[in-house]
Design a protein around this ligand. Structure first.
Ligand code: DGY
Length: 331
């Protein structure tokens, strides 16, 4: 019998084709996320599910699905899935690491420039007819070149950002769970504590995953350590920054600006106070949103899903311990 699969969102046609070749599938053919209740019901009927980062797959969804073998998450992050519950039930979970590294690093850099050089404010100024003349002090911002960049989390994306920073003659400091000697040697990056990084950086860029340890990592105390001229950029996960504390810091100009692609609640509610501030650039979680990268992510997620349902070990398992007992062919 062909495995039964649920795809929780419209994804690249090539990826759907990979699933269709060996599975029966149902799809939420919509650009908006599938409602939680429908997702739960669909998972109950499925052997495998392809999810996105908007789908919260909690313990009840996993324990209530008698045939579920694999959850393939089309994202590098997997904080939307209860990994402990999946592992306890022997359900494989996969993600899409690596392929979105450079696209996300590009976007982090775009936010460095947009927030530091006030690009969105400047464009709004022009479009609203306020531009009367060239002025020496008009919309002056902060230089990127030669500035000190503090990277929180020097994994694949953090390292790709560091490589770009080198081309802008930036000094790179980083904090990480472990020292990354290779990147230190390659890019002259300096290892620092979080407080040292915050107090010396001109731009602080967040690239760590959202975990119990990093939730609320940047709050009032941490923002107070930052320089008044500093810029905070977050392209990782919204929950890492206390948005109330950030709002206060931006409102009272305790830091210069921020660039955010991720929020603790997505979509960001239109009534959110951050939307009232001129010194923050706000993007709708588009870090990996190039056509090529989103297509590759969908294909990777589909391929891992099919591997997991056809007796092979998926290449990008987040919880490899679930397959250790059943060594089969590597896909
Ligand atoms: C991810 O894959 O985790 C990114 O946030 C998607 O843009």
């Amino acid at each position: 019998m062909r495995p039964s699969v649920y795809i929780s969102r419209s994804i690249a046609r090539e990826a759907v084709g990979i699933i269709a070749a060996s599975c029966d599938y149902r799809i939420w053919n919509n650009d908006q996320p599938v409602p939680a209740k429908i997702l739960e019901e669909e998972i109950k009927k499925s052997d495998g599910v392809l999810t996105t980062l908007s789908d919260q797959v909690n313990v009840a969804f996993i324990t209530g699905a008698p045939n579920l073998k694999i959850i393939s998450n089309m994202a590098a992050g997997f904080d939307n899935i209860d990994i402990g519950a999946a592992t306890a039930k022997g359900v494989m979970v996969t993600n899409t690491p690596g392929i979105l590294t450079n696209t996300t690093a590009d976007l982090a850099f775009a936010l460095f420039l947009a927030a530091s050089r006030r690009l969105v404010e400047a464009e709004n100024f022009l479009r609203s007819g306020q531009w009367q003349a060239w002025e020496p002090l008009l919309l002056t911002g902060r230089d990127i070149y030669g500035a000190t960049l503090g990277i929180i989390g020097l994994g694949q994306i953090g390292s790709a950002v560091a490589r770009r920073a080198k081309g802008f003659d930036m000094n790179i400091i980083y904090c990480n769970r472990k020292r990354n000697h290779q990147t230190e040697a390659e890019l002259g990056a300096t290892y620092a504590s979080l407080s040292e990084l915050l107090s010396t950086s001109d731009i602080v860029s967040i690239h760590c995953p959202l975990t119990a340890e990093t939730r609320g990592l940047i709050s009032y105390g941490e923002l107070a350590l930052m320089k008044p001229a500093a810029v905070l950029v977050n392209t990782a996960r919204g929950g890492i920054v206390d948005e109330g504390a950030l709002y206060e810091a931006l409102l009272h100009r305790r830091i210069f600006a921020a660039g955010l692609d991720v929020f603790s609640q997505e979509p960001l509610p239109l009534a959110h106070p951050l939307l009232k501030l001129p010194n923050v650039v706000l993007l709708p979680h588009i870090g990996s949103a190039s056509i090529a990268t989103r297509t590759k992510m969908a294909i990777m997620a589909a391929s891992d899903l099919v591997s997991g349902l056809t007796g092979k070990i998926p290449l990008h398992l987040v919880n490899p311990e679930v397959v250790r007992e059943y060594p089969t062919e590597k896909s």
